[in-house]
Write a protein of this length. Structure first.
Length: 254
């Protein structure tokens, strides 16, 4: 475990929280992003419950293990004069996914508006009609069973099972969950998923029939947009967004 790697993970996760707030992906003090602590397979970084996403910094993220024990409180209790709280739903959703998927080092869960709107539609499935949608061809799982707020690990394990080996989980009546091997990759998918959902909502509002892309073309396009081949693009995308933060909101690095 290298301290520089941990510092980078903290800085990038703080950047992701602040970027998501600026891009309208967050909801109050709810929702949660997690990143496994580099060099470990049993603990992750998480926002302390009660903190607004615009307040997140590299140093005030907390470190939690899979049973909810706080290993590092990030100084949150002192800085905010408040009892440290590990959000129950964050623990019950993220811990089982991290446990089930060693490759899912980063897990992002939001109620971002366009994606959540589509999860409210009966039996929704992406029609694979826009180029952004095609980037997710064969990578999305759909959880059609909403069981209320996830306040127990069994619900998280059920979600992880539905997710399977996919990168994205569309959660009925709830929101979305996006996984990735690192923060830049996961955030790229989160960003373009919401773009795809936004376009789909606009198309549905016309009342016209959706023109679907033929399956062979959809599969071809998905191969072209394969995330393994696009790793450098994803990093460049996240680096560009961080440059905007460095210019306008550099406090995330503290």
């Amino acid at each position: 475990m290298k301290l520089n790697d941990i510092k980078q993970a903290r800085t990038e996760l703080a950047a992701a929280y602040r970027l998501a707030e600026k891009q309208g992906f967050n909801e109050g003090i709810c929702n949660h992003f997690t990143m496994m602590v580099p060099g470990t397979d049993d603990r992750f970084l998480l926002i302390p419950y009660g903190m607004h996403w615009s307040e997140v910094t590299a140093s005030n993220l907390i470190e939690v293990n899979f049973d909810g024990t706080v290993i590092d409180d990030g100084g949150y209790a002192d800085n905010f004069d408040n009892e440290l709280i590990v959000d129950r739903s964050a623990l019950c959703i993220h811990a089982p996914v991290h446990q089930a998927r060693s490759d899912a080092r980063c897990v992002l869960h939001t109620h971002m508006p366009y994606a959540t709107a589509l999860t409210m539609l009966d039996d929704f499935r992406f029609p694979m009609a826009s180029q952004n949608e095609l980037g997710f061809y064969g990578r999305i799982a759909y959880d059609d069973d909403y069981n209320g707020v996830a306040h127990d690990h069994d619900e998280g394990h059920r979600m992880a099972k539905v997710l399977g080996s996919n990168d994205v989980l569309m959660m009925a009546n709830h929101g979305v969950l996006v996984t990735g091997p690192d923060i830049a990759t996961a955030y790229y998918d989160l960003y373009y998923l919401e773009q795809a959902c936004r376009t789909q909502v606009l198309a549905l509002q016309t009342g016209k029939d959706i023109r679907r892309v033929p399956q062979d073309v959809a599969a071809k396009t998905a191969r072209q947009r394969n995330r393994t081949a696009k790793t450098e693009n994803m990093k460049r995308h996240f680096d560009a967004l961080k440059r905007l933060l460095d210019r306008d909101d550099p406090g995330y690095k503290a």
